[in-house]
Design a protein around this ligand. Sequence first.
Ligand code: SAM
Length: 283
Amino acid sequence: MSDAAFAQISALARAEAGLILPASKITMVQSRLRSRLTALNITSYEAYAKFVAGAEGDVERRMMISALTTNVSHFFRENHHFEILRRDAFPELLQQARKGEGIRIWSAGCSSGQEPYSIAMLIHEYAPELVGQDTLILASDIDPKIMEAAEAGAYSEQQIAGIPPEMQKKYLKKNGTQYHVSANLKKMIRFRELNLIGNWPMRMKFDVIFCRNVVIYFDSETQNALWPRFRNALKPNGWFFLGHSERVADTAANDFQSVGMTAYRPIQNRNQTQSILTNAREA
Ligand SMILES: C[S@@+](CC[C@H](N)C(=O)[O-])C[C@H]1O[C@@H](n2cnc3c(N)ncnc32)[C@H](O)[C@@H]1O
């Protein structure tokens, strides 16, 4: 692939999905796009770059982003977040649900579905009362192909290894060589294609947002634009989880406080708190 074709493709990946592809990734990009060239019967990366960036390339742009995204995921990945959810968040969510409040959890960048299904299993196991209530998990990703896999919810023996055996028995059904996620888990999840750097059409606020191992692929400018949007999408007493090598930037230090390893909660409006204190002092 020529430098010019690579530059065109990486500019497009950034504009479309926020993905950063430094020059060191040229071989990876080439190998991930090879099947796209074959599918389109295009013989050079230069011709592909021209096509995908052109007026006729809008359908292919989604396919290109799908090919370029990294979709690795595991059940109960970074288990410390599931511990926080079970130990600290569930008791609060149960109280809210008992008052009639709907519970909303977002797995943003859900890949092949292991993250939202892990959350659903945890709810069934440790907060079953929420199952009968108005509890929903939104599972979203930019990649339409991986969303299909997530919705299908079928995994190999190797992929289900992270699920404790007793949960495997309860929530998976073997069919041939694949293990299928049970319908009662699926019932709780809504799968939607959604680009995090585009519009977020949801009007609801979330109790918990998982956005793990996604912003690592964005530059700091794109990340910094996301922190206030996540803050705004959370209920005031919500929970926000990032991946192991991701951190909320200092620019959002007034929005989030750390409550554990890459675990955050919103900080209540400081100005508001300040003015309440001042008013109280002056009264
Ligand atoms: C490495 S996976 C992480 C999956 C899961 N959250 C986890 O931690 O196991 C990253 C996912 O982010 C998605 N992604 C990348 N850019 C995105 C964007 N702009 N909007 C939404 N999802 C995006 C990719 O398609 C991919 O499925």
